[in-house]
Design a binder for this molecule. Structure first.
Ligand code: BG6
Length: 487
């Protein structure tokens, strides 16, 4: 259950989770360096954890001293703010390392040492930051090492590559762990701004009455990235933009936007509603999809010279239920694009009839929009037509905008991984996906996976292949914005 506490509670009143030994698989990898180790450091420093030990493991044959050195560098480079010698000293003693070659027995011994150091009953959190192919091997190993009781396991996407492989993976993991122990992480759902969608929709009387096909014309979820594949050629070339971003992040965000009000702020209630959205989604038709690959992708290290992997995707999908029937959802994401952004844009229907004459500017800048920015600033904007001051009746597109930065509390934000690690330690499934949800999504994706359209080349620094405009017609992509966010 998402924590709230008694009346007038504040985040400071939240109780830290039980003491934990975190077993970090893939501890020397990119995600661990960029997010997990800095995240654990921040949670510990900010007092969000009780006693905690981190046992790192990976294929690299290093020792605890080298691991601590690597972790310090990672926290300094990717963490927030300075790392003082005192703070580092306090955290470093929590870190140990055991190479994968030590096998189940070596791992179990390292965990036992960490548990003894804690000295009181503790739980285990296994974080699998490993390539998809390695996940089942790690799960079996945890079974062999006897590290399943009092344990939870966090798994990274992609959860399979299609319905059959997702079912197989779920079945394998279920041989060792019960579903309640499994946390399939999607870091987009840990972003403040994603949670703010729930707050805005369900904590106010203002928006929900107009949140339907009667008032909404179409919705865009647009996540262009300027990044390339950043040295992840091997992983990316087998995965592609659809599996890397859409089946996971974009569809999860779509579920928050589209779901019915849950009966309570609790994991089962929210999961039930999200899964209903996934079940109502019509199969993705290949003709509703544009796939692209940026020029030069095939020269990236780790990428096949004749690769047909998409680094860009734009698609139209439909949710076939009473609330959303007839409302297209347009999704887009890609690498090496003109600008980075993570927006959700809700376009409202235009008035049925206008008393404002042509030439007054009415409708000239498109429909009214409610726009969410999923960046740290959690910006929200509501755009509408208003009168331009002065004689006559001329209309301009105006907007009401909000940014977390205005409140001076943006520093309290937990980075998405931090929030989700803490939730998993507390056993809170609200922001994680279950086996059923994943399988529904692969089912929806089947028509596209069986018969994907041709992958078109696009220029680096562009907005994708030209065909994206045809896909969204008669509407237009919101990005690039005609008018910038206010500072
Ligand atoms: C990851 C993808 O899950 O999300 C990356 O594997 C992508 O390819 C990243 O760049 C985007 O996340 P964020 O939080 O930086 O928008």
């Amino acid at each position: 259950m998402l924590e709230t506490g008694p009346q007038d509670a504040s985040p400071e009143t939240l109780v830290p989770p039980d003491p934990h030994v975190v077993v970090l698989f893939g501890a020397t990898g990119d995600l661990s360096k960029r997010k997990l180790l800095p995240g654990l450091f921040h949670l510990d420093r900010a007092g969000h954890l009780s006693d905690c030990r981190v046992v790192g493991t990976s294929l690299e044959s290093i020792d605890t001293t080298a691991f601590r050195r690597m972790a310090r560098q990672a926290c300094e480079e990717f963490g927030r703010g300075q790392v003082s010698p005192e703070e580092w000293h306090a955290f470093e003693r929590r870190l140990s390392y055991v190479p994968g070659s030590a096998g189940p027995t070596g791992l179990a011994e390292a965990v036992s040492v960490a548990e003894d150091e804690i000295g009181e009953p503790s739980r285990l959190l296994h974080y699998l930051s490993v390539p998809p192919k390695a996940a089942t091997g790690v799960v079996r190993m945890l079974g062999d090492a006897g590290l399943v009781e009092r344990a939870r396991i966090v798994m990274e996407k992609p959860f399979g590559v299609d319905l059959a492989s997702a079912r197989e993976l779920n079945a394998e993991v279920h041989k060792v762990f019960a579903e309640e122990q499994i946390f399939r992480i999607d870091h987009f759902l840990g972003k403040e701004a994603a949670l703010n969608i729930l707050a805005l929709r369900f904590a106010n009387g203002l928006f929900e009455p107009i949140w339907s096909r009667n008032f909404i014309d179409h919705i865009q979820i647009d996540v262009p990235e300027t990044l390339s594949i950043e040295g992840r050629g091997g992983f990316y070339d087998e995965t592609g933009a659809f599996r890397d971003m859409v089946v996971t992040h974009l569809f999860q965000v779509l579920a928050f936007v589209a779901m019915e009000p849950p009966v309570e702020l609790a994991p089962t209630a929210i999961t039930v509603e999200k899964n209903k959205v996934f079940r109502s989604m019509k199969g993705i038709r290949p003709e509703d999809v544009v796939l692209g690959q940026y020029a030069g992708y095939r020269d990236e290290p780790g990428v096949a010279a004749d690769s047909e992997t998409e680094t860009f995707i734009a698609l139209k999908c439909r949710i076939d239920n009473w609330r959303w029937s007839g409302v297209p959802f347009y999704l887009r994401t890609g690498k090496q694009m003109a600008e980075g952004g993570r927006i959700i844009s809700i376009a409202f229907r235009e008035p049925p009839k206008s008393m404002f004459p042509q030439g007054s500017g009415v409708g000239r800048k498109g429909p009214d929009h409610l726009t969410f920015d999923l960046d740290e600033s959690s910006r929200v904007s509501l755009s509408y037509y208003g009168k331009r001051p002065g004689p006559g009746m001329f209309l301009d597109k105006l907007s009401m905008q909000f940014s977390l930065n205005e409140l001076g509390i943006a520093g309290d934000t937990l980075e998405a991984y931090e929030r989700l690690i803490r939730d998993a330690m507390g056993g809170d499934h609200t922001l994680f996906t279950n086996a059923e949800g994943i399988e529904e999504l692969w089912n929806t994706s089947a028509p596209l996976l069986e018969d994907p359209p041709e992958v078109l080349t696009y220029e680096r620094g562009s907005w994708g292949p030209e065909e994206i405009h045809e896909l969204i017609r008669p509407n237009r992509w919101r990005l690039p914005f005609q008018r910038r966010w206010r500072d």
